[in-house]
Design a protein around this ligand. Structure first.
Ligand SMILES: CC(C)(COP(=O)(O)OP(=O)(O)OC[C@H]1O[C@@H](n2cnc3c(N)ncnc32)[C@H](O)[C@@H]1OP(=O)(O)O)[C@@H](O)C(=O)NCCC(=O)NCCS
Length: 173
């Protein structure tokens, strides 16, 4: 059965949390240091849904195998055209095109809603995450040195940016 992308429901939260917490424990993809509890994640889901932000899941054979979301980049109103996303594929299923499938839907969603820019924060040591975003057309626009600390070391963070709806850089002046 081919994988399908659909909006997440509350019933998907435990499966998406399992995928996320595995990454929290074993990778620098998230700068969370401890696994997130189900109650905390359910509150996060309710808050995002009430605010109208999308959470998409990738499902195959009745199993959730990935999820992606976006939300505000920064709170001040002038940033309203920009969103920041997250994307996670279940460990063991990576490198098979599933992340691309999910992100393509997420980018379509943001474009259809008229957002202008999508930004992803990717740990600078996450070579796969950087290559993945570059392949989708994201451009690395920032490299923050030592802004995170995990696994006993300082972590650099890259910001990767995608201009949506075929936008290109504005020539000013
Ligand atoms: C990053 C992630 C979402 C990518 O999803 P995926 O299903 O593994 O990626 P895809 O198979 O769709 O890869 C598409 C392209 O990205 C690049 N890529 C993906 N993973 C890569 C890796 N580990 N190393 C190098 N390039 C990689 C490749 O160019 C690949 O295309 P190719 O296979 O034709 O060469 C997934 O690996 C993941 O969940 N990682 C842990 C969480 C994370 O890092 N999230 C991103 C930060 S929020």
């Amino acid at each position: 059965m081919s994988p399908v992308v659909r909006p997440a429901t509350r019933a998907d939260v435990p499966a998406t949390l399992e995928i996320y917490n595995h990454a929290v424990l074993h990778t620098t993809a998230s700068y969370d240091l401890e696994p997130v509890s189900l109650d905390t994640r359910l509150a996060w889901f309710d808050h995002k849904r009430a605010a109208g932000w999308p959470i998409l899941v990738l499902e195959e054979a009745d199993k959730v195998i990935g999820w992606a979301t976006y939300g505000p980049f920064r709170e001040k109103p002038g940033y309203a055209g920009t969103v920041e996303h997250s994307v996670y594929i279940r460990d063991g299923l990576r490198g098979a095109g599933l992340g691309t499938l999910l992100m393509t839907s997420l980018i379509e969603d943001a474009s259809a809603r008229g957002f202008h820019v999508m930004v992803g924060g990717v740990a600078a040591d996450n070579a796969g995450g950087l290559a993945f975003h570059a392949r989708l057309g994201f451009v690395q626009v920032a490299h923050f040195r030592q802004v995170g600390y995990k696994f006993g070391r300082w972590l650099d963070l890259a910001f990767m940016e995608l201009l949506l709806n075929g936008e290109t850089d504005q020539i000013s002046g």
